[in-house]
Design a protein around this ligand. Sequence first.
Ligand SMILES: Cc1cc2nc3c(=O)[nH]c(=O)nc-3n(C[C@H](O)[C@H](O)[C@H](O)COP(=O)(O)O)c2cc1C
Length: 132
Amino acid sequence: MPIGPLKQLIYTSIPNVAIQTLLTPEFVRQIQAKNRRLEITGTLVSRSGKVMQIIEGPADSVNRLFASILRDPKHREVVLVLERIVPEREFPNWAMTTFDVDKQPFENIFEPGDLRRRGSRILDAFKRGLWL
Ligand SMILES: Cc1cc2nc3c(=O)[nH]c(=O)nc-3n(C[C@H](O)[C@H](O)[C@H](O)COP(=O)(O)O)c2cc1C
């Protein structure tokens, strides 16, 4: 079944509460269930109280989810970093994996083959504190 254009969107945000407090197992399950429904994959990276999220999927779904994120008072200072149409997903198997790059070895977050891609460079810049 055709799904229309595939879109990738990256934003940064400062959640109102610490990410560990925010991402309870129940909230993560809820997010992942909605992402499955919308056919959204991606990853969420946190560092020093800030998050950067890559979401990808059918353009309609990505637009709908980002509208929800903009409405959600749990986010402060949402900054749209990149949106583009992509030929294929960069995180096809990730319903939404979260990483705290202050605590986890960052290298482990990529599947082989993703390393040269743009999303990886952006994530790396985030890790090094070049953003926000
Ligand atoms: C840091 C952070 C990341 C989030 N990531 C997602 C996500 O990947 N998918 C999702 O459905 N909701 C995510 N949410 C929740 C959305 O902001 C929103 O509350 C949820 O989609 C419900 O939206 P609705 O009330 O418009 O249905 C996230 C919230 C925060 C604070």
